[in-house]
Write a protein that binds this ligand. Structure first.
Ligand code: EPU
Length: 432
């Protein structure tokens, strides 16, 4: 088992480079299945969710060539199956994008129900299924496998999403890209990675308009051809390091970002007394005065992102006064607050709202991450705390953050990882 050991209290100074967006990469890699020809994908983040998806594609017969550490060529021309190994699929949430990609390419798909982060609530896919049924697919779920079939190809349809769902918007866009006729996705999600996927598919020959608004129109293409594409920077990775600087104090230039994607986070940090300066493709975050309490509500983009909720609650733990953080996307995403309580944080959760009474400081403790963003938040807690924090469950962090320890160490954090055996220790006493 790997643990992160954090000696808190250092201020952060220097520069940090942001990697390609995880949630764009995990949509674009399955989309490569729909392409006849070689897709060159640049700015891929080096994270375990990406490796898992590439392994799934390889199992399906894709030829993958590593060009350099951030660039790969994927050739799915000879993929001839609609299914992949269920065990690998279950490891990752984004495996549900294989449903849209395979239905688009082959008119049928068998995909294991997605795994991935479970922050306590149910993660349904009824809106994905409803959309594919409207497009003519027959869908069944048995023994944890989603099976979808069509007579040949999906048919374009008008689909109104009952909830604003990133996953359903992406999945239906994938299927619609190779459907017969036009598809309209209404009440669509507008996250930056939805626009990124649409740009990727359009550069391969799809016809998708309106991505980034709440109505997306897809004119089905007969085939998609290979090409080049570079993934956008990760909004949430950037936001996580912005929160880290806000919490620990100091001044850091966060490079290779799209400042517009960060406005929802920058605005909230400014309310908390943090200076955020936007440049062309970077932002400077500076915090010298004590943090001020604030009220936050998570919402679909362009609202404050749910994937930044644990990180903002963590830094509000040592802000002045009483803050509230309301989760507007997921039913339950507050399990990490029990770990913050072990560090001296004062957080009460009532329904979907956390009420945070700011304390002067928190202290290091042995704690455990239960999901990706909770893990990132607990690293921030360790950086802000007095004393040593030992964090378990870091495999979640490595699913979505590239080289977090290296990046934080470079800006002055005292953090390292260590391996501890899970085996029970047997003490052998020497005779005599
Ligand atoms: N929902 C339904 N039915 C559906 C789909 C969603 O009721 O068929 C509900 C969900 O229960 C939730 C809301 O709609 O209450 C939003 O869910 P959404 O479908 O947007 O979430 P997702 O696609 O499963 C993606 C990200 C999550 C991020 C959410 C919201 C990926 C791989 N995952 O999940 O990211 O929290 O959008 O922005 O893109 C993360 O990166 O740590 C992460 C969990």
């Amino acid at each position: 088992m790997t643990q992160y050991v954090i000696n808190g209290g250092n201020k952060l100074h220097g520069e940090i480079e942001i990697s390609g967006a995880k949630n764009a990469a995990v949509a674009i890699i399955p989309a490569a299945l729909m392409v006849n020809g070689v897709c060159r994908i640049e700015n891929l983040p080096q994270i375990s969710d990406v490796s898992t998806l590439l392994n799934i594609l390889k199992e399906m017969g894709a030829v993958i060539r590593v060009v350099d550490k951030r660039t790969i060529d994927i050739d799915c021309s000879h993929v001839g199956t609609s299914s992949a190994t269920f065990d690998t699929m279950r490891r990752i949430r984004a495996s549900y994008y294989l449903i849209g990609a395979l239905l688009g390419r082959f008119g049928k798909a068998d995909v294991a129900m997605p795994g991935g982060c479970n922050f306590g609530g149910v993660r349904p896919i009824d809106q994905h299924m409803k959309g594919f049924v409207a497009m003519g697919a027959e869908m069944t779920v048995q023994n944890g496998i989603v099976s979808a079939t069509t007579g040949g190809r999906l048919r374009g349809a008008s689909i109104y999403l009952d909830v604003v769902s990133v996953g359903a918007t992406i999945n239906l866009m994938l299927g619609a890209a190779l459907a017969d006729g036009n598809t309209f996705i209404e009440n669509a999600a507008r996250e930056p990675h939805i626009v990124d996927l649409a740009n990727f598919l359009n550069s391969m020959g799809a016809d998708i308009r309106g991505a980034g608004t709440n109505v997306i129109k897809v004119r089905g293409a007969r085939r998609l051809n290979g090409g080049f594409y570079s993934i956008i920077p990760d909004q949430i990775e950037a936001g996580t390091y912005m929160a880290a600087v806000a919490g620990a104090g100091g001044e850091v230039l966060i490079k290779d970002v799209i400042p517009k994607h960060l406005e929802c986070i920058s605005g909230k940090l400014r309310e908390m007394g943090v200076s955020v300066f936007e440049h062309e493709d970077s932002v400077t975050v500076r915090r010298v005065a004590p943090l001020l309490g604030a009220h936050v509500k998570t919402m679909p983009y362009p609202g404050f992102p749910t994937d930044m909720q644990p990180q903002i609650s963590t830094i509000l733990s040592t802000a002045t006064g009483t803050s509230t953080v309301t989760e507007g996307v997921w039913d339950n995403r507050f399990s990490y607050t029990d770990e913050l309580a072990k560090m001296g944080g004062s957080i009460r959760v009532i329904g979907r709202t956390a009420i945070i009474e700011g304390v002067p400081y928190i202290t290091g403790a042995p704690i455990k991450a239960g999901d990706l963003r909770a893990g990132a938040a607990l690293v921030i807690a360790g950086l802000c705390a007095r004393g040593v924090t030992v964090l378990e469950g870091v495999n979640y962090i490595e699913r979505g953050y590239e080289k977090m320890i290296k990046k934080l160490s470079a800006i002055g954090a005292d953090i390292h990882s260590r391996y501890v055996s899970d085996e029970p220790q047997i003490v052998v006493q020497e005779a005599g």
